[in-house]
Ligand binder design. Sequence first.
Ligand code: MRU
Length: 344
Amino acid sequence: MKVRTLYLKKNTVKILDQRLLPSRIYYINCKNLKDVYKCIKDMAVRGAPAIGVSAGYGMYLASLEKKFKNLKDLKDYLKKSGEYLVSARPTAVNLSWAVNRIMKSVRKFSSSQVLKLMEQIKKEADRIYNEDISINKGIGANGAKLLKRGSTVLTHCNAGALATAGWGTALGVIRSAHKQKKIKLVYVDETRPYLQGARLTSWELLQEKIPRVLITDNMAGYFMSTGVIDAVIVGADRIASNGDTANKIGTYSLAVLCKHNRIPFYVAAPLSTLDMKIATGKKIRIENRSSDEVTFINKKRISPIGVSAVHPAFDVTPNELITAIITEKGIIRPPYIKNLKKIA
Ligand code: MRU
């Protein structure tokens, strides 16, 4: 896709404001850590890997923010900056993964030159960015093997180029399969309430000329029951060591529907989305977002004043409903507790 999710230019992180898509292509100029934090929190940038990549550059901007007295001063500031960034959104593990990766390189740094450390952080953030694209291409190549020619697939939310540094995870599989002429049609869940499917996924598919049709979330079961869907492919925000997977609200319902209709349910995610420190999905913190995101659409109130809504932004799909997890290191099948350990 020609439009980039984010990039660094002359010490400014340019973040595509996804809230304005598909009507407008506009980049927010992030000059400091707080700008990046706000973009993540307010969902100008979203999608687990893209949040992680943004955080890497956010840490670099933090290192440029002040005149540091010495190396310790800078290291302490970076530690605090990392904690601040991680608090922006709690569910996607890629955020803390990227901050930890930068902090690991900071801890390893032994020279006393502050400037050298700044350079090193930039290099590490660039590496996170570039690796993300090649990892997604690996996920795409592995996942495409699971699909036959003429496949009709359904996807939820946006796990595409926009949710990553490029190519995408679930949509990366669809992109790669399309290049191999395997995709007949993609059913795109609109993904209430934030409409990532309607606004972002359908837009990406349109750019790439991949056949697509938009449906509302509550139509998925109907189409599955008619036998037109060959597979469901979704992304992930955090995968526990037993394979339980947090992803956009509505994913769990799709997995249950797949089981009932005997349709394979695939999760596509990089290894950076694995959280081997937690035993099950019960330990995953689910982000609760504002009621207004449900009661308003495009700034227009759709429910009566006095009615409030609840808005858990993610749900957890239990591992037994997942046919396979597609990673850059291969396709992982149950038992996940054993097989994820082998590749993590
Ligand atoms: O709230 P969002 O838009 O950040 O949620 C995104 C998702 O749930 C995606 O499916 C997930 O991050 C996978 S992105 C490759």
